[in-house]
Design a protein around this ligand. Structure first.
Ligand SMILES: Nc1ncnc2c1ncn2[C@@H]1O[C@H](COP(=O)(O)OP(=O)(O)OP(=O)(O)O)[C@@H](O)[C@H]1O
Ligand SMILES: C[C@@](O)(CCO)CC(=O)[O-]
Length: 426
């Protein structure tokens, strides 16, 4: 094939069923990918030595543009980069590089005069891109700059892993463009993969996406980027994942409270509590882990679907109360719980809390009429609902063998279905 001129990357959001926050402290959590809620990133080759980043989802309607020559490559040790890529160990986070990039994000932007103000979230998203590009830059690439367009049907800052899917897309595209991983061959779904070997492309994508998540969140557990990379429904403990069979059959309602919040701030709040009262907070994390472990046991017990549903509802309530005790609840979440409880449904906050999203289990016996009623009650109060199952493909790619116009990409209602030729890493 002639040298690539573009790549289209897609990665899913995620939902945490049990174990958020505790997972940051090494406890087991259960999560799944949201196949229909994804971020899409189109990478296009340039010849003029510029990096262009377009972030319409973050409300930025002008491109950000930097010369590749402005980046602090001296802060990245070339030898360690190659060694790191070939090992399975967690990549060391490059604080010095991030510090050096801070002024470049603003002052190095050649369109700076047109963009009066770039808010903190836009700056973070730009830092992630420049951090990964500078870390992975390789003189072997035939690209002299690139244009990057990011679109998504995920709500941002709602706890559904928008930042992780952005991180996975950027890591994948940059690893491909900069020659660190090959284009995948497989058109098969990747959800049954047993999380591939340590030097596989998926492993490398996941490890670099984790770096990106660190730029965004500070101290993430790695669960969000892992689920977005590999897809599926999983039990996650300290970076190790196992498939959870049966979890995919469950149906959920996800309700966005539309109260924006920042995962970093919620995680930091729990950290303060933990540092102050470790003897009180650690047992709460242990109890939360107990819920994830019970969930795994119940799923593997061979119990009937209705029996499972009843037990899950109890676990959902328990997990919610424990999260509230960590101070990550919110009145909007309580309101959603009240409404769903009026329809005999059980809900918990999902993700970092403090607003964001609520997860409601839709038992098998809940009729579509009942679901319509609860959705309309929630919508009347200004909440936004998504009915979903978990699992499905992780990161996927369309390479240059398929022609993709920028206009077609930006205007398509459903990018996943609009374009064919998606390939999956194995
Ligand atoms: N589509 C996107 N385009 C660019 N940057 C994004 C996008 N989505 C998320 N981000 C980056 O991630 C930040 C939001 O991260 P945050 O973790 O708070 O939200 P989330 O990923 O929706 O929630 P959670 O991590 O709890 O699932 C944004 O401020 C931005 O910097
Ligand atoms: C709150 C948290 O547990 C989940 C965010 O989606 C943070 C993390 O795991 O990094």
């Amino acid at each position: 094939m002639s040298s690539p001129t573009h790549y289209l990357i897609s990665a899913p959001g995620k939902v945490i069923l049990f174990g958020e926050h505790a997972v940051v402290y090494g406890k087991t959590a259960i999560a799944g990918s949201l196949d229909g809620l994804r971020t899409y990133v189109l990478f296009e080759k340039r010849e003029d030595g510029l990096l262009e980043l377009n972030l319409p989802k973050l409300g930025l309607h002008l491109p950000l543009l930097w010369p590749t020559s402005a980046l602090p490559y001296s802060k990245v040790a070339a030898v360690s980069k190659v060694a790191d890529n070939n090992s399975s160990q967690e990549l060391a986070f490059n604080e010095e590089l991030l510090k050096e990039l801070k002024p470049i994000v603003l002052d190095g932007n050649v369109k700076n005069k047109d963009i009066q103000e770039i808010n903190e979230f836009q700056q973070i998203a730009a830092s992630v891109f420049l951090y990964l590009y500078t870390s992975l830059e390789d003189k072997q690439t035939s690209w002299n700059g690139m244009t990057v367009h990011v679109i998504s049907n995920l709500p941002v800052g709602a706890g559904l892993g928008s930042s992780a899917s952005y991180s996975v897309c950027l890591a994948t595209g940059l690893l491909l463009v900069l020659g660190h991983i090959p284009i995948p061959n497989s058109n098969e779904g990747n959800t049954d993969s047993s999380f591939s070997g340590s030097s596989s492309p998926m492993n490398l994508i996941n490890r670099w996406a984790f770096q990106a998540e660190k730029v965004i969140h500070g101290t993430p557990s790695g669960i969000d980027n892992a689920v977005s990379t590999y897809g599926g429904a999983v039990s996650f403990t300290k970076g190790e994942m196992e498939n959870v069979i049966g979890f995919q059959l469950l149906r959920f309602l996800l309700t966005s409270t539309k109260v924006p919040r920042d995962t970093r701030a919620q995680v930091a709040k729990v950290r303060v509590l933990y540092d102050k009262y470790p003897h009180i907070v650690d047992p709460i994390f242990e109890a939360i882990e107990g819920i994830s472990l019970s969930f795994n046991e119940i799923v593997n017990s061979g119990a009937s679907q209705s029996e499972l549903n009843k037990k899950f509802e109890e676990l959902i309530d328990l997990n919610h109360y424990l999260l509230n005790s960590l101070g990550v609840g919110h009145s909007s979440i309580d309101r959603v719980r009240e409404i769903t409880a009026q329809h005999s449904l059980h809900s918990k906050l999902t993700g970092a809390g403090g607003g964001g999203c609520v997860l409601t289990l839709l038992r098998d016996d809940v009729t579509s009429d009942e679901i319509t009623k609860v959705k309309s009650a929630l919508a009347t109060l200004g909440f936004e609902c998504f009915e979903t199952q978990v699992g499905g493909n992780g990161v996927s790619v369309i390479d240059s063998s398929v022609t993709i116009s920028k206009q077609e990409f930006l205007s398509s209602e459903n990018v996943q279905q609009h374009f064919s030729g998606w390939k999956h890493f194995t």
